[in-house]
Write a protein that binds this ligand. Structure first.
Ligand code: ADP
Length: 429
């Protein structure tokens, strides 16, 4: 309801009396004598954040908006307030600058009381202090409720946005999966023909042709590998990764990997040592997926270790809080190491560090590089077995080669393990 117009000190006393209930007449009069009535058009700033607090205001009519200035110079609306409410007293009581800006949002009439007379009355009358306290408490409660409502709204918006992102992400992953699948089939037959061509006598007898066909075979093999990795990683990222558990010997997996990688190990004069693997208990896991995961780790050890280095695979059983008894496998190398800022990021898809030879056709050459999918696949496999994977390294240095260590923990009691997929936020094709 609108207040009657205020034209005299008596009007001010009558206006303030109910607001400052219990304040003695003498003090009400002192405030009224010091007060001036002011009217502001919409948009006018009544007091500004950061200014010295030299007056307190009571709103007679209209409405004001309380705002805060943000670091980027934009404004944040806090709330509106209207007739019979005070503002501006905090800066006076705290003897500090204004903490918010107050702007008229409608034609607004206020009673302005200067700092000195206000403080004089406050010093004389506890009633005014108590009224201010009550007012402040109400304001705090209101802003609490407003903050909770704003948080709830922000939360709802974020949830909606997340759902939409998940949907988009799923569409994108589906598209990539379908494309990789469609492209892999013709590439596979291309590879078959190219390999047949490589063995044809006409080609073998013509050194020039042989070099050309060799180039086609290597390029096609590389394409085939990339499509396979994309398919693997997209399966790992979506619900498509089915774990078929059966009894697995970790030692057998690593002996298969050692056989498959024997040639590059020999060519690069790298030793692959295996410790404690034969003593590990049989593990209930998916042998094909685990092979893929550990293959990536050993293959990376080869890629990122200079010729003549050492890769060590060590297995043991450990007790891990939250996971219980686990098989722990550490793949350690004497290679170039990993910088602290990259140590977590390398598990993201397509993440590569340093200046690796991105277009290298060999997956085992020193710093041979690749599409940056190996660790994402390894992580997906380990997470879907309910385990953990992380990297350790003193740092990156191609001169001193401090080495890297990749640790995998797989819970033995997989009925207790909680398989996880990389979160949708990780999916950034
Ligand atoms: P790719 O090897 O195809 O680039 P990965 O996902 O296997 O992709 O590895 C991601 C990045 O992590 C690599 O580019 C490399 O920078 C780093 N990395 C992985 N393994 C090692 C390792 N054993 N030593 C040093 N860096 C490594």
């Amino acid at each position: 309801m609108d207040n009657p117009p205020i034209t005299s000190p008596e009007d001010i006393v009558e206006f303030l009396r109910p607001l400052l209930m219990g304040l003695e007449d003498e003090n009400l009069n002192a405030l009224a004598q010091a007060a001036v009535v002011r009217t502001f058009p919409p948009g006018a700033i009544i007091c500004r954040e950061g200014d010295v607090g030299n007056a307190v205001y009571a709103i007679v009519a209209g409405q004001v908006e309380i705002l805060k200035q943000l670091d980027d110079r934009s404004e944040r609306h806090l709330h509106y307030t209207g007739p019979n409410k005070f503002f501006g007293e905090m800066a006076i009581i705290q003897e500090g600058p204004r903490t918010a800006t107050v702007r008229a949002s409608q034609p607004t009439t206020v009673i302005e009381i200067g700092r000195e007379p206000f403080l004089n009355v406050l010093g004389r009358s506890p009633v005014l202090g108590v009224r201010l306290l009550v007012d402040l408490t109400n304001r705090l409660r209101d802003s609490d409720q407003q903050a909770i409502a704003a948080l709830r709204r922000a939360n709802e918006e974020l949830t909606r946005a997340l759902k939409q992102l998940e949907r988009l992400d799923r569409t994108k992953t589906d598209f990539i999966q379908v494309s990789a699948h469609e492209l892999r089939t013709p590439v596979a037959s291309l590879l078959g023909y190219a390999q047949m061509l490589e063995n044809a006598t006409t080609v073998k007898d013509d050194p020039q042709l042989e070099v050309l066909v060799e180039g086609i075979v290597t390029g096609t093999e590389r394409l085939h590998r990339i499509f396979n990795s994309i398919l693997d990683v997209s399966r790992v990222m979506t619900d498509g990764l089915e774990i078929r558990r059966s009894p697995v010997s970790i030692a057998v997996i690593f002996s298969g990997i050692a056989t498959e990688l024997r040639q590059p190990l020999e060519e690069r004069d790298l030793s692959l040592e295996q410790k404690g693997l034969a003593d590990l208990p049989v593990y209930a896991g998916d042998p094909d997926l685990l092979y893929k995961a550990f293959y990536q780790l050993v293959n990376n050890g080869i890629k990122y270790t200079p010729d003549g280095g050492r890769i060590t695979v060590q297995g043991q059983v450990v007790d891990v809080p939250d996971l219980g008894q686990c098989i722990e496998i550490a793949v350690e190398d004497t290679g170039i190491g990993i910088a602290p800022e990259d140590i977590e990021l390398i598990f993201q898809k397509f993440y590569r560090t340093g200046e690796v030879a991105l277009h290298s056709s060999s997956t085992t050459k020193f710093k041979g590089g690749g599409p940056g999918l190996g660790l994402a696949i390894a992580q997906g496999v380990v997470l879907s077995h309910g385990g953990r994977i992380w990297a350790e390294s003193p740092g990156y240095d191609e001169e001193t080669c401090p080495g890297s260590r990749f640790v995998v923990q797989l819970p033995l009691d997989w009925t207790r393990a909680n398989p996880t997929k990389p979160s949708p936020g990780d999916i950034q094709w």
